[in-house]
Every structure is written in structure tokens, then in C-alpha cells.
Ligand binder design. Structure first.
Ligand SMILES: *Cc1c(COP(=O)(O)O)cnc(C)c1O
Length: 384
């Protein structure tokens, strides 16, 4: 169940084991699979916020067409990783960040009228020979709705231009020779597992973009349909890339910005069992680690499955604590009852000193966690 490459990497980690392992060969496979499913000429970007580990970002900068960033820090990381193309999103860009985006030649996904005015002013101060700044207008359209979480459009959110602001945005862009409007940005949702629904959303986004571009007399050069391809962290369901193949129109170049779908299956979080205890009738495996490293299950309120990596060594002269054929809760080292990664997973055998390995931990794992709560040592980060 655990790839040999991953267990080999974990064997090199000194105990008590606490580590993330990221496998770049999985990252490459994920990008290749997406490319095979989307129309030729589509741009596949990696959304850095899913996992900003430099080794992960560097691998994806190489195999994807570029990187999508949402802060000055991510932009810097993308520039250092040598990304061929950078798209810059986010509703709170500072002048400094916009300036850095211009200097990096990024495409700016414009989120508000004020941002557009500020960007135009900054672009106006760039050297005369600098190319115009590529912009995509991010629009919060009404519908269509997609399953998934973190909906960003069709509902009130701080993301993108309200549809009622679009006339003014286009009028503003028209008066700005230093801005080059390439199309629209329509990222809608995260973690959608329904691929046919996603294909319909993309077709609709393209249709809407064509009509809007016609209405405004804009030459539509790309439509950024964002990210949102989902992963079921429990491994039960899959986003079926096959449902996209042949189902997406190829007449306007599409841009994808995928985070979770590329990064999540490429990561494993491993934590050694420090204690096994029974309390009010429930078994707890207490780990060297927890939700301050891997917050996702607690944040989303689900139970993340683990695999037991048996470790033969036992260094004490007394009996090694062990349970057989019981359900255990995998809990962390934090002094809060919410530090729970897994509830009630059956184990054949589990001993203190064994390591629990949580797959599908490469996206929104370490990066969204509250690392410094209780000041425990950070996990090792191993990129293979
Ligand atoms: C978070 C985000 C993404 C990536 O979303 P995933 O669900 O990880 O694919 C892409 N684009 C924008 C603008 C985002 O905010």
C-alpha cells in the first residue's frame, strides 16, 4: 500500500519519526495525466498555495507550463523556481506585489476596479520598452454551481469583479495601452469530485467568455478556468479525468491552475506512535506530530486514514506496548482534544514505535497548518 520509495525515505529519518515525504515522480505523473485529458494548447499551471515546498515548486515549475501565485512570497518562490509563466491572483495585492508581478512579466488576475486602477498607474511608470502587462479580469459570475467546497463564485465572496462592475472595468482597460487584456479568470470552487459537472462548468465558462468578449469587442486569447479538480482524501472516490477528454471545446486556449489535484497524492505525512492508551473505553495512538503539521482533517472535519509502517526496533528492557484488532484514534502531541487526525480506524496490530503514514497529504497539509502552536519541533521535509 505504501510505495517502496516512500518507506525507503522514511527509513532514513531519525526517530522519533515525524516527516513529510513528497515524491516528485508522482507530481510528474499527475501533470502528464492532466495534459492528456485537456485540449491541446491548454496551459496547465500549478497553484503554489497547495504546497510551497521549494523542491515541490521547482519540480512543478519544470513539468507544468508555469505557476499560479497568490502573494508576494509565492511570487518570489515562483521566480526563483524559474517558472516559464506566472499568473498572480488574490484580492489583496499590495502596490509592492503588483510591481513585482509587473517586473516578473506575470499575468495579473485582476480582482477589483481599484486594483485595476492601481495596476494601470504602476504599469504607466514601467520603462517605455517594457511589454504591456497581461491581465485577466477575474469575474464572480452568477452560477453555474459546482459541487465541492470553498465556493468563490455565484455567491458573495471577496473574489473577483461583480458582474455589474465589468462594463467599467473594460472601459478602464481600454484607456490603458500599458495593460493587455488577454481574457477572463473564472476560478469557481475547490475540491470538486464530479468531473462531468466540471466539464460542463468549463464549457459554460468558455461560452460566457466568448459572449462577453464579443459584447465588448475584446479579442479573447485565453480563458482561465482556475483549479478545483478534487481529491477524496479518504481514497473512496476519484475525479475522473476521462470525463474531460474530448468534452472541452478547443477553440479558445484554456488555462488551468490546479493545486490539490497535482500536489495531494504526491505527499505522505508520517508520525511515530509515542504512546498507546485506553481512556473511557477508547484506544488512542498518541503521535509525534499532529494537526499543527497536518491540519486538513481537523479543518475539514473528517477522519484521515493511515497505514501502519511496522518498526521492529524497541530500545527498552520492558515489554513493548501493543494492541491487536482494535479501533484507535490517531491523535497528536498538542494539549487540545481537537488534535485528532483519525477516528476509530481498525488496526490488526499497532505498537509504540510503529509509524502511522497518512497518504494524500501533499496538498493543503503542512502549508495550511499552525506550525508554532506549542512549539514542537517541525517535521522533516523529504523531497524524493
Ligand atoms: C486556490 C486556488 C487555485 C487552486 O485550487 P485547487 O482547488 O487547489 O485546485 C487556483 N486558482 C485560484 C485563484 C485559487 O485561489
Amino acid at each position: 500500500m505504501l510505495p517502496e520509495r516512500v518507506t525507503a525515505a522514511l527509513r532514513g529519518v531519525p526517530g522519533p519519526v515525524c516527516a513529510y515525504v513528497y515524491d516528485t515522480s508522482v507530481l510528474r505523473e499527475r501533470v502528464a495525466a492532466v495534459r492528456a485529458a485537456v485540449p491541446e494548447g491548454a496551459t496547465v499551471l500549478y497553484a503554489v498555495k497547495a504546497n510551497g515546498t521549494p523542491g515541490v515548486v521547482a519540480a512543478l515549475a519544470e513539468v507544468a507550463d508555469g505557476l499560479e501565485v497568490a502573494s508576494g512570497g509565492e511570487l518570489e518562490l515562483a521566480v526563483r523556481a524559474g517558472a516559464r509563466h506566472i499568473a498572480f491572483s488574490g484580492p489583496a495585492k499590495t502596490d509592492e506585489e503588483l510591481g513585482a508581478a509587473i517586473a516578473a512579466g506575470a499575468t495579473v488576475n485582476v480582482e477589483s476596479l481599484l486594483e485595476l486602477r492601481r495596476l494601470a498607474a504602476l504599469a504607466g511608470t514601467a520603462p517605455a520598452q517594457a511589454p504591456p502587462v497581461r491581465i485577466a479580469l477575474r469575474v464572480n459570475r452568477a452560477g453555474p454551481t459546482l459541487p465541492g467546497s470553498h465556493r468563490m463564485t455565484g455567491v458573495p465572496t471577496p473574489f473577483g469583479l461583480d458582474i455589474s462592475a465589468l462594463d467599467e472595468a473594460v472601459a478602464l482597460v481600454r484607456g490603458q495601452p500599458r495593460l493587455d487584456p488577454v481574457g477572463f479568470h473564472l476560478h469557481a470552487v475547490s475540491n470538486n469530485l464530479d468531473a462531468p459537472a466540471h466539464a460542463a462548468f468549463i464549457a459554460d465558462a468558455l461560452d460566457w467568455s466568448r459572449r462577453a468578449a464579443d459584447r465588448y469587442g475584446l479579442r479573447l486569447r485565453e480563458v482561465n478556468v482556475g483549479g478545483g479538480f478534487g481529491i477524496d482524501h479518504t481514497g473512496m472516490a476519484h475525479f475522473d479525468l476521462g470525463a474531460l477528454r474530448g468534452a472541452l471545446p478547443g477553440d479558445v486556449p484554456l488555462v488551468f491552475e490546479l493545486g490539490r489535484f497535482l500536489a495531494t497524492p504526491a505527499g505522505w505525512y508520517a508520525a511515530e506512535v509515542l504512546d498507546l492508551k485506553r481512556n473511557h473505553g477508547r484506544w488512542f495512538a498518541v503521535l509525534r506530530g499532529g494537526t499543527h503539521h497536518f491540519r486538513l482533517p481537523a479543518a475539514w472535519g473528517y477522519s484521515h486514514p493511515f497505514t501502519v509502517l511496522p518498526v521492529p526496533d524497541w530500545r527498552y528492557g520492558f515489554d513493548r506496548p501493543e494492541v491487536r484488532d482494535v479501533a484507535v484514534d490517531a491523535v497528536g502531541e498538542l494539549c487540545t482534544p481537537r488534535d485528532v487526525l483519525t477516528r476509530g480506524q481498525r488496526v490488526d496490530r499497532l505498537r509504540v514505535g510503529d509509524v502511522l503514514v497518512f497518504g494524500n497529504a501533499g496538498g493543503y497539509g503542512w502549508d495550511i497548518s499552525h506550525h508554532d502552536f506549542l512549539r514542537h519541533e517541525y517535521p522533516r521535509i523529504v523531497v524524493i
